[in-house]
Design a protein around this ligand. Structure first.
Ligand code: AOF
Ligand code: ZN
Length: 368
C-alpha cells in the first residue's frame, strides 16, 4: 500500500530498511568505497541480499545478483546508493543489473562520486528498467556521513572517545579501569569499526594500552595504531612498540633522535615527520590529511585530556562518545581530570545527542 506522502509502499520501506541494515553492519570496513546494502525481491519474497565486500569490492549489487537463489527475471532491486555506472576497479553494476533481467530498481540517494552521480537512472531506463529513488533518504544520508566527509574534505571521519569517573577523572595511578565490561565491548566495537586508532605517546607510556579489537572472532579487524610522538618518547618496553608489524603502526614525530628513529624504522613503523606549531603541538588538521593520504578513512581517537581538548577546540571530531562511570577515583594519587566537559557540551549544544545506560555506565554520543 502506498503512503500519500512519498509514493513508496510499506513493503518498499521494509526492504529498504533491510538494505540499510546490511550497509550499516559493514560500515567502516569497506575502505575507500561506501558500504552499500542491497535486497532483491520477487513476488514480494526476498530472493537475495548483498553487501559491499570487505575493503570495498565486489559491490553490493554484484554480490546480491550472484547470491540469488532464483532466476532474476522480473525481480525488483532495493539498494541504498545509486548503483555505479562506470568502470572503476570493477565493472559497472548497471551492466550486471541489465544482464540479470531485473525489471525495477529502487535506490535511496545519488552517489556523490562525480563519475557516477545521477547517470544511472538514464542508463537503466534506456534499457527498460523502471527506476525510482528517494526512499528513506534521511536515514541513508546519515549512513553515508563518513563517505561524505572522506570525499569532500579528504580527511578521515573522526570519532572521539573518553571515559571519565564520577568525579571527572580520566586517570588515577594504579587504577586501570574506569568503566565496566559491557562498556569495554562497545569500545572494542568502535575499534572494530575504525581503520585506525590514535593516541599520544604520553597516553601510551602511562597506560601501556594494546589498542586492539578484542571482540571474539574480530581480532583481525584491529585498527592500525597511530601515535603522536613529537619527541619520540615511545617506551621501547611498551606493548605497542613490541607489536609493531609492517603497515600496522604510524608514528608522527618531530625529533632528530637518530638512534630512536633507527630502532623504530627497523621494527617496521611508518615514520612521518611533521611540523610543530608555536605551542609545540602538531598541526592536527595536517595530521588528518596525511592519515587520509595513507588510506585511513575512519579514525578513532582514544586520547588523553590535552589532545581531546585540542581536537574539540578545532572542531575535528565528527562524533564523540563520552563514557561516564559511577565510580569515584582517588585524587590522592597521581591523577588527571577531564577538563573539556563544558567545551564538549557547548560544542554540540545544538546538535544530535543521545544518552543510554550500559550496566553502571552512562554513554552519551554527540554528533554534528
Ligand atoms: C556500487 N555499489 O557496493 C559500492 C559503490 O573502483 P570501483 O569499481 O570499486 O568503484 C568505486 C566507486 O563505486 C566508488 O567511488 C563509489 O562511487 C561506488 N561505490 N557502488 O554500485 C557498491 N561500494
Ligand atoms: Zn557498482
Amino acid at each position: 500500500m502506498s503512503t500519500k506522502k512519498d509514493n513508496f509502499s510499506s513493503s518498499d520501506k521494509f526492504f529498504m530498511k533491510l538494505a540499510i541494515n546490511l550497509a550499516r553492519s559493514r560500515k567502516g570496513l569497506t575502505g575507500d568505497n561506501p558500504s552499500v546494502g542491497c535486497v532483491i525481491v520477487k513476488n514480494n519474497n526476498i530472493i537475495s541480499i548483498g553487501q559491499t565486500g570487505i575493503n570495498g569490492r565486489p559491490h553490493a549489487e554484484t554480490n546480491a545478483i550472484k547470491n540469488a537463489f532464483q532466476n532474476l527475471s522480473g525481480a525488483k532491486m532495493y539498494v541504498t546508493l545509486e548503483p555505479c555506472n562506470h568502470y572503476g576497479k570493477t565493472p559497472p553494476c548497471t551492466k550486471t543489473i541489465i544482464k540479470s533481467g531485473i525489471k525495477e530498481v529502487i535506490y535511496s540517494i545519488d552517489d556523490i562520486d562525480k563519475k557516477v552521480k545521477g547517470k544511472t537512472i538514464k542508463i537503466l531506463s534506456r534499457n527498460k528498467i523502471f527506476v525510482k529513488k528517494g526512499l528513506l533518504e534521511e536515514e541513508v544520508k546519515d549512513l553515508y556521513d563518513s563517505y561524505r566527509i572522506n570525499r569532500y574534505y579528504k580527511v578521515p571521519f573522526v570519532t572521539g572517545k573518553i571515559a571519565i569517573s564520577k568525579n571527572k577523572l580520566i586517570y588515577s595511578k594504579d587504577i586501570k579501569k574506569i568503566t565496566g565490561t559491557i562498556s569495554d565491548k562497545l569500545t572494542h566495537y568502535l575499534r572494530f569499526k575504525n581503520d585506525a586508532i590514535l593516541v599520544t605517546s604520553q597516553t601510551l607510556n602511562i597506560d601501556n594500552p594494546k589498542l586492539s579489537c578484542r571482540l571474539k572472532g574480530y581480532e583481525s579487524f584491529s585498527p592500525k595504531r597511530v601515535i603522536l610522538d613529537s619527541k619520540l618518547k615511545i617506551n621501547l618496553n611498551s606493548y605497542i612498540f613490541n607489536s609493531i608489524k609492517k603497515n600496522n603502526t604510524i608514528i608522527f614525530y618531530n625529533s632528530l633522535n637518530k638512534s630512536k628513529l633507527k630502532v623504530l624504522r627497523k621494527k617496521g613503523a611508518n615514520l612521518v615527520r611533521s611540523k610543530l606549531n608555536s605551542l609545540n603541538n602538531f598541526n592536527l588538521k595536517q595530521i588528518l590529511h596525511k592519515l587520509f593520504a595513507l588510506g585511513v578513512r575512519n579514525l578513532l581517537v582514544e586520547g588523553g585530556d590535552k589532545i581531546t581538548k585540542n581536537m574539540l577546540k578545532e572542531r575535528l571530531f565528527n562524533q564523540f562518545y563520552l563514557f561516564q562511570s559511577k565510580k569515584k577515583l582517588s585524587i590522592l594519587k597521581e591523577h588527571c581530570f577531564f577538563t573539556s566537559f563544558n567545551i564538549l557540551k557547548n560544542r554540540y549544544n545544538n546538535d544530535f545527542k543521545i544518552t543510554s545506560k550500559l550496566a553502571n555506565d552512562k554513554i552519551t554520543i554527540y554528533k554534528k
